[in-house]
Design a binder for this molecule. Structure first.
Ligand code: CP3
Length: 355
């Protein structure tokens, strides 16, 4: 009998002993798996050299450049996973939203989305619009050998915040005004963004990524009650919609200590934790899930003694979870010394994974 192999399954490498995937599935790997959010980017001189003269969004649609930037931190630091070089706004741009990534500022939207008419006019992503990203994933799965590749998308709330505010925001006041003031339009907006995130992640999975991370970076701005009412159903649509892919799903936000249980419920196998919540506390909030985090990105500026103490503490606290992936509590800061990152990886690898 001929075995039925889906195109996605045929393309994905089998990496049964990769420490990142073992820990993400709740097992004990043979070394502490380490990667860093924003490991590809401005902390690396080779990144700055390659990017010189190319705008961020242009880089994200250039498969050869995406491949090279994604590989740079893997080569330099020996991390246990690569994260696709892209941005959470890439699927919006691909779908036709007029938006740019302004150096030093972040995403800026030409016409902010603030009412029912604008929401109704918002396009949804079709997979072929991110063919360049899928091409990069296919190149990367060859180049990476045994190192897993993490795909990602922005979660509906965090994407909505950029679209409604028009750019980065401290207080998310316009976003919350729409959420509280016009819940029908709000839910229509988040439903649209959930479809786009799901389509973007499915395209990456079909091309061969080994895990996905849903970034709800700014969800911590909400109370648990509001998160459950206004956000959870939509993030659930994304994560639960990927259950059939059979690859680990990571769900991350900043300042989300009070939301960890709900973020797990959305359909996460691994819950990302910032530096505010110790991993043993986080583990109790998400029984059965693996945890990922929680080194303060600023600790990389504090010297090797502090770093060794913090890494040792985090690995010890992580042992109480079903699985632990070592990471920062948020992204690498641009001024971080790359050699400190390399030494942090080596030190985490020197520690035992035994419980
Ligand atoms: O982690 C990685 O190494 C992969 C690359 C990656 C980028 N953005 C590259 C990038 C990832 C995973 C992201 C996700 C992303 N983008 C998030 C979620 C993660 C988080 O930090 O909470 C968010 C909120 C964005 C939106 C965004 N894009 C912001 C806030 C900024 C920063 C503005 C700035 O300059 O500080 C960007 C731009 C961006 N995304 C850069 C990079 C390397 C800088 C652009 C440049 O190098 O010119």
């Amino acid at each position: 009998m001929t075995e039925l192999i889906t195109p996605a399954a045929a393309r994905r490498r089998s990496l049964p002993t990769a420490p990142f995937l073992v820990a993400a599935r709740g097992g004990v790997p043979d070394r502490v798996p380490v990667w860093f959010m924003r490991q590809a980017g401005r902390s690396l001189p080779e990144y700055r050299a390659l990017r010189a003269g190319t705008a961020m969004l242009a880089a994200c649609f250039d498969p050869a450049m995406v491949t090279e930037v994604t590989l740079q931190p893997v080569r330099r630091h020996g991390v246990d996973a690569a994260i696709l070089f892209s941005d959470i706004v890439v699927p919006l741009v691909a779908a036709g939203v007029d938006l740019d990534i302004v150096p030093g500022t972040g995403p800026v939207v030409a016409a902010p989305v603030r009412d029912a008419k604008a929401v109704a006019a918002l396009p949804r992503l079709h997979a072929h619009q991110v063919d360049a990203v899928a091409d990069a994933v296919r190149l990367l799965t060859v180049e990476l050998g045994r190192t897993p590749l993490i795909g990602f998308a922005g979660a509906p709330f965090t994407l909505a915040s950029y679209l409604v505010e028009g750019g980065p925001s401290r207080n998310h006041e316009r976003t919350k005004a729409l959420m509280y003031g016009d819940p029908v339009t709000w839910h229509a907006l988040l439903d649209n963004l959930a479809d786009t995130a799901l389509e973007f992640l499915r395209a990456q999975i079909a091309a061969g990524v080994d895990a996905v991370q849903l970034f709800d970076s700014w969800a911590g701005a909400l109370s648990l009650r509001d998160y459950r009412e206004f956000v959870l159903p939509h993030s659930t649509k994304v994560l639960s919609g990927l259950a059939d892919a059979g690859i680990p799903r990571v769900h991350f936000g900043v300042g989300t200590g009070h939301l960890l249980g709900a973020m797990r419920e959305a359909g996460a196998d691994v819950v990302g934790v910032d530096w505010r919540t110790p991993l043993d506390v986080a583990a109790r909030a998400v029984p059965g899930a693996a945890v990922q985090g929680n080194l303060d990105p600023a600790a990389l500026f504090a010297g090797d003694d502090v770093l060794r103490r913090e890494v040792t503490r985090i690995v010890a606290e992580g042992r109480s979870a079903a699985g632990h992936v070592f990471n920062l509590g948020h992204g690498v800061l641009p001024d971080t010394d790359p050699d400190v990152i390399t030494r942090t990886v080596a030190f985490a690898h020197s520690l035992s994974t035994q419980r």
